[in-house]
Design a protein around this ligand. Structure first.
Ligand SMILES: Cc1cc2nc3c(=O)[nH]c(=O)nc-3n(C[C@H](O)[C@H](O)[C@H](O)COP(=O)(O)OP(=O)(O)OC[C@H]3O[C@@H](n4cnc5c(N)ncnc54)[C@H](O)[C@@H]3O)c2cc1C
Length: 546
């Protein structure tokens, strides 16, 4: 099969047989989508479509917590400077300041909605922990290491109580494009496939709306080795690219330094061993018992994630004591480990490891995407009526590397901001224009080859030859796109994953430096000339990086 460098310009699906009309349609039900729905609901008619159950995104899995300045000994300025430092020169300082300033209010808002964050030692206080890259204790957590589940539970209940119309197992395919009275290209709605329990398509319809908010999360599943749940396949970013909207910073993928290593053949979502474990004193050791982070960074085991992930990858490459695919986390000295980290204890126990008496085998895995659709912290993009929030957006808050626990906070802050803005004013009415393009899909069984190529060649340390190989493999997969593939959730996702993977590889090939979480073996330092963003667009199905 000849390689192809074009991806489908639309997802192939059956003809729409129904339509509904609303003020705002939200795609996705994590922290960002639910926060937007809650802020909108008192004023606007909202339909929230989500491709699985409400809690299928990353939000439900977050362990560490939410970053916010709540300790009187800390300051907003400290949080801003820690975020800028982690972002390695590519953060938008204004967006960072807005996020940091609104973060404490976002925490209090979640508490008003009923979120039970872990209490501190004195009455009325919230417990705060530290994570990598934070100069102070400022991470609010719940249920020890079940912070995301508490945020998801709180927002799920609030959205249901507020009467938001939620449609589960509804897959957003592509936007419908229209034109405003002044002739401006704008979004008129979104095409949605209703799925059965096995991911087959029951029907396709169109939700017409004055505004479409994409809150579909990141694209960790593009990698074989990831902490992300199966739903996180980059759908919203691929949809935005097909709609002609620019994405940015796609090459900056944060690899969590420590997911539970579950054998060299493991694929799919892998259990995270939160940074908070190192925050409480655990240290990284190689198979020869030597400390991995000693002398690498002043903050040693609590250095920013990119530093820790790349130190682990380099140490694994040296194959100490003959072990080249994992290192160990020594958490044996942490008191009350089971109480403080119940989910992590359960994951370790399920793998036959007792973290209180044994070393935990760990390795880096794709965890968080710093890039996404270019948007402001209010969700605005270059396309009228089209808004993007949460992990799917690139707002400049994370730059080249996200500071731990800033993303749940961002989801709540940006979701609420876009909701408030659209409560005040909806975009102009749009007439549907005829921009219909023929859809294609790639078969879902290509996912395995795609994911393994990305993990193998586009991981923590990137070589020019590896990136070249990844591009070749993806090109071959793209040449399998056809209008005849049976439309299913898995095939829609595979096609979106291919689109994203091609854009990530192109951006990673273009950025000839190492910065933040993009590390090239042939350019081992950041370069002043690269102190800028790369943007990606699809032009006739071909990825263009600038
Ligand atoms: C294991 C783990 C631990 C983490 N720990 C932390 C932490 O401690 N602190 C922190 O700040 N961040 C953490 N993160 C990151 C954080 O959880 C995410 O960045 C954040 O939850 C993203 O929220 P979101 O609302 O943007 O997307 P998500 O929560 O991922 O939600 C996306 C939603 O979109 C839906 N969707 C996707 N595609 C479609 C489609 N085509 N049509 C319709 N619906 C669709 C999904 O089903 C889902 O409902 C962690 C992530 C993981 C995986």
């Amino acid at each position: 099969m000849l390689a192809n460098n074009r991806v489908p310009r639309a997802l192939a699906a059956p003809e729409p047989t129904w339509s509904v009309e609303t003020d705002v349609v939200i795609l996705g039900s994590g922290a960002a989508g639910l926060s937007a729905a809650l802020a909108l609901r008192p004023v606007r008619e909202v339909v929230l479509v989500t491709k699985d159950t409400l809690d299928a995104g990353s939000t439900n899995w977050a362990q560490g917590g939410l970053a916010a300045v709540l300790d009187p000994n800390d300051s907003l300025e400290n949080h801003v400077s820690d975020t800028l430092e982690a972002g390695a020169g590519l953060c938008d300082e204004e967006a960072v300041r807005t996020l940091v300033t609104e973060a404490p209010t976002a925490i209090r808002y979640l508490m008003e909605l009923g979120a039970a964050f872990d209490p501190g030692e004195s009455s009325g206080e919230i417990a705060l922990t530290r994570e990598g890259g934070h100069s102070h204790r400022r991470i609010v957590h719940a249920g020890g290491d079940q912070s995301g589940a508490e945020v998801q539970r709180t927002l799920d209940e609030s959205v249901r109580l507020a009467g938001v119309q939620v449609v589960e197992r509804a897959f957003a395919l592509d936007v419908v494009i229209g034109e405003t009275a002044s002739g401006q290209r704008a979004v008129a709605g979104v095409k949605v496939a209703m799925l059965d329990r096995n991911g087959g398509v029951q029907s396709v319809g169109i939700v017409y709306a004055r505004a479409v908010i994409v809150a579909t999360g990141g694209y960790g599943q593009v990698y074989a080795s990831t902490s992300n749940p199966p739903a996180v396949t980059g759908d919203g970013i691929a949809l935005a690219l097909r709609a002609g909207v620019e994405a940015a910073d796609l090459e900056f993928i944060q690899f969590h330094p420590t997911v539970l290593w579950s054998g060299s053949e493991a694929t799919g979502q892998q259990a995270l061993i939160s940074e908070a474990v190192r925050g409480e004193g655990a240290i990284l050791l190689d198979a020869a018992g030597q400390r991995v982070m000693k002398g690498v960074h002043p903050q040693e085991d609590l250095a920013p994630r990119d530093v820790v992930a790349s130190a682990i990858s380099r140490r694994m490459a040296e194959s100490p004591a003959g072990v080249s695919d994992h290192v160990y986390l020594d958490a044996r000295r942490i008191e009350n480990f089971e109480e403080r980290f119940p989910s992590i204890t359960a994951s370790c126990n399920a793998a036959g490891i007792d973290p209180t008496s044994e070393l935990i085998p760990v390795a880096p895995a794709a965890h968080y995407v710093c890039g996404g659709v270019k948007a402001s912290l209010n969700g605005e993009t270059s396309l009228a009526g089209f808004f993007v929030v949460g992990e799917a957006a690139c707002t400049g808050v994370h730059g080249a590397n996200r500071l731990a626990s800033n993303s749940l906070t961002e989801g709540v802050v940006a979701g609420t901001r876009v909701g408030r803005a659209l409560s005040w004013e909806l975009p102009a009415k749009v007439t549907v224009s005829d921009e219909d393009v023929d859809g294609e899909l790639i078969d879902s069984y290509h996912r395995a080859a795609l994911r393994s190529a990305m993990s193998r060649y586009v991981g923590v340390l990137r070589t020019p030859e590896g990136l070249e190989s990844a591009a070749r493999i993806l090109g071959t997969l793209a040449s399998n796109a056809s209008a005849d593939v049976v439309p299913t959730r898995k095939a829609f996702e595979a096609t979106n994953m291919l689109t994203i993977a091609m854009a990530v590889v192109e951006a990673a090939r273009t950025r000839e430096e190492s910065r933040g979480c993009h590390r090239r073996t042939d350019f081992d330092a950041p370069s002043r000339q690269w102190l800028r963003h790369l943007t990606c667009r699809l032009v006739d199905g071909k990825v263009e990086v600038k």
